[in-house]
Design a binder for this molecule. Structure first.
Ligand code: BDR
Ligand code: CA
Length: 318
């Protein structure tokens, strides 16, 4: 299995991502680190521990990370994820506590200890990852790839052009993009398209297996509705985990990406340069060097939905 670490702000769809990472036999979830985003970091830690218990993975180490972005103030997404960040489903408190080291320390320890290079899956503002890269740059030697949920080629969600995770901590996202390791951007353009149909969501909700049922409850909270009478639910962050398990389901192009950091309406935008590399840019005297990122532009929706359902329902059809 591929060794992975998820850095998240659980979060309804982060929870869906955790369930997949725990249940898919192709992944070895080595650790989970928490950061402020959808809700405060205290709530993120609590939600993450609860989800891992429900998923049947009570031993995966979980660490508390940054409680605020590098520069911005905390701005939660409780309007989307509920007051507790998990759809206010009334989930029980976890029975254990996070490890007694902070997220950056746990990330460093697990990355360097892994016999095989680790794939990092950030599904949240990149604060922890930026702090890691600046504090312990040697970790990049044992990182296979970073597959992150964030950014948008076209339309944003937090602002007309900025996606929430990048908007929440743009400086951290810029540091992540320049990590110097292979990076896949699983942005809103693909994120929003992977929707589990209503009948599947209802089947999951009716399951008597607690982890599967939780996946159904979380999906039912998400929408958007594919059919008003029988709404489905978006996989959201879990799609980034699908992209690690099955990269062939995601069509990517290697393109220069820049995070807009200047104050104003474009702050937090991921500016993806879709011009031909040796062409218009040079013709117009544009000599800026931006990191080249594998940007997700298209996704095989049924393929990722099947992958998700097979894993969370234990169908064993891998
Ligand atoms: C991202 O923002 C969060 O609300 C979701 O969990 C996802 O990671 C989408 O913009
Ligand atoms: Ca998230």
């Amino acid at each position: 299995p591929v060794p992975v670490i998820i850095d998240c702000d659980t979060g309804i769809d982060d929870a869906l991502a955790l369930l997949l990472a725990v249940r898919h036999p192709g992944l070895d979830l080595r650790a989970v680190t928490c950061v402020a985003g959808n809700t405060d970091v205290e709530g993120v830690v609590r939600n993450t521990l609860t989800v891992l218990e429900r998923a049947g993975a009570p031993d995966v180490p979980v660490a508390r990370g940054a409680e605020r972005p590098l520069i911005e103030a905390v701005r939660t997404a409780r309007h989307v994820h509920g007051h507790d960040g998990m759809g206010d489903l009334g989930l029980p408190a976890p029975s254990r506590r996070p490890v007694d080291v902070d997220a950056v320390t746990l990330l460093r320890r697990e990355i360097l200890a892994s016999p095989r290079p680790v794939t990092l899956i950030p599904t949240a503002p990149a604060t922890n990852i930026a702090l890691l890269l600046r504090t312990h740059p040697e970790v990049t030697g044992n990182i296979e790839r970073i597959v992150f949920m964030g950014g948008a080629v076209a339309t944003g969600n937090a602002t007309p052009v900025a996606e929430f995770n990048v908007w929440h901590d743009p400086e951290a996202a810029a540091i992540l993009l320049s990590a110097g390791v292979p990076i896949t951007m699983y942005g809103l353009d693909v994120f929003q398209r992977v929707i589990v149909p209503g009948p599947d969501v209802r089947r999951l909700r009716a399951s008597d297996e607690p982890g599967t049922r939780l996946a159904g409850e979380l999906l039912a909270h998400r929408g958007p509705a594919t059919d008003e009478r029988d709404p489905g639910g978006g996989l959201g962050d879990a799609g980034a985990v699908c992209a690690v398990i099955d990269p062939a389901g995601l069509t990517t192009h290697r393109l220069p990406v820049e995070v807009c950091l200047a104050p104003g309406p474009a702050r937090g935008q991921t500016l993806v340069d879709r011009r031909a590399r040796v062409g218009e840019a040079e013709l117009h005297g544009d000599t800026r060097e931006q990191p080249l990122i594998d940007v997700g532009l298209d996704v095989d929706v049924p393929r990722y939905v099947d992958l998700y359902l097979s894993a969370v329902e234990h169908k064993g059809a891998y």
